[in-house]
Design a binder for this molecule. Sequence first.
Ligand code: SF4
Length: 308
Amino acid sequence: MSEFKYVYGPIPSRRLGSSLGISPIPKKACNYACVYCQLGITNLMTNTRQLFYPVEEILSECEAVFDLKTPLDVVTIVGEGEPALYLGLGALITGLKKITDKPIAVITNGALLSEPSLREELMNADIVLPSLDGHDEASFKKINRPHKALNYETVLRGLIDFAHEYRNKLWLEIMIVKGMNDSDEAIEAFKSLLTKIPHDKLYLNSPVRPPAKQGIGEADHKRMELIAQELGGIAIDYLSESAFHSDNKDDFEAILTLIRRHPMNQHELKAFLAGRQNANFTEIIAKLEECQSVEAIDYKGYRTYRLK
Ligand code: SF4
């Protein structure tokens, strides 16, 4: 089977279960360059929404994937950057609702929620998961390193407006980065901000996979627990529990397809291969190590692989 261009997985998501990913944007097109980004450096920094690919082309690929009847919990528009930059987002969500009865989720950095047209397009999604990592302009700039056209006040206003208008599930996420937004002062600021943003769940994440910038760390476990308690959120555990999946029959090709969007560490790779009755773990790892397009990173005692 040829590799799909837009659809990948399902991959295990700690928030969503078994998630079939749809990427409607080119690799690493984003309006942020977050210090913790697991996809590496933003190579297409843009703040302009564009119709990168025809909606029909993405939908027709999705239809082919749904026909395979692979078990999944949710269809997630996420991609390899910021999916709200895709101008066809609303049409894509509407089209997906016609061809699947699975919930449609959108993971977004929330940077463009100040645009009423985008807020309108998202109304049809079942779950929207926006981020808010900065508690003020300075921390926003330091953590998210946004496009120069973006400022904290406008981004925050957009998120507040969206949270008041949206009728389905809104799951907010804060990435806690050690020394940047984990101080007592930051927690107090978040506490006050959260009272203005109606949300169904709050997830507190930490940079567990190799980040874009060296030296970026996660807050220690106790601190995360305390922050979660203070903000009424859920701290996301480190390792995924469910399994990665690919419909690509070639094990090595399947891994390349997955790590293009979602880095995998050696334990996840082992479990993935075992699930496909492939005992050649050592061989595959050696092939990955040699592959010019794969980057292997040692981080927190794990060897993690992602596509360059
Ligand atoms: S983490 Fe998300 S929002 Fe931040 S740079 Fe990476 S893709 Fe963009």
